[in-house]
Ligand binder design. Sequence first.
Ligand SMILES: C[S@@+](CC[C@H](N)C(=O)[O-])C[C@H]1O[C@@H](n2cnc3c(N)ncnc32)[C@H](O)[C@@H]1O
Length: 230
Amino acid sequence: MAKWQDHVGLLAKAHKYVARSAFKLLQIQKRSQLIHPGDWVLDLGCSPGAWLQVACQLLGPLHCGGSVIGIDIKDTALPLVGCDDRVMAIKEDVRTMSHDDFQYLCPGGFHVVLSDMCHNTTGNAMLDAARSLQLGQLAAEVALGEQQSFSGGGSSADDGISLEHHGVLQENGNLLIKLLQGSGSQEFAKQLRPQFRKVLWMRPEASRRASREMYVLGLGRRYACSTQPA
Ligand SMILES: C[S@@+](CC[C@H](N)C(=O)[O-])C[C@H]1O[C@@H](n2cnc3c(N)ncnc32)[C@H](O)[C@@H]1O
């Protein structure tokens, strides 16, 4: 396995990707056709930019259009290879951004929302998983909107569900979120299930053996204008 990991690192260098994580997205893409030519892609936690490179390549030639907008709390120097004029990176903390901020970036909504956001890990598996779940929930809120209340009383027009907004992911859009596995990850995936045609877990071969990271993938958003309880 160590040999394979070295191999992934060498491959990343050979293809001029700024990080080996490029191969995680490529492997997920191969299995799930997440990104299509001409898509608008939001990449949360984009630094150092390997997913920006891969996503831009998947947009196809310039005439196909589309865009990749990355956001990271850190500065991201746009990689010179693999990124063209359709890519931009913004230095911002996703936790402090409003729905309006995201909508301003793409008023029509995104076809794909990616989140590879991760804190620096502490070595405490429970704590790391809990913090990763918070970032995953944040990414889901950006994409799908906030479920403000579930009264269950059925008295309001929308059966007790009130929404502040519906998120920036278009109907039929795809969502990919990294989580460090721990308590709450299965429940998180379960909550996504009614909102997508298909929800699945993936662990790309390019992930390090010791890492607890997994990717939850929602394919084909069902409800662009309303949502339903899990
Ligand atoms: C594993 S790296 C992403 C790697 C990236 N996908 C690539 O391929 O180059 C995780 C990133 O999440 C970012 N991050 C963590 N919390 C964030 C937040 N609240 N807002 C924005 N970015 C955040 C970190 O700064 C870090 O750069």
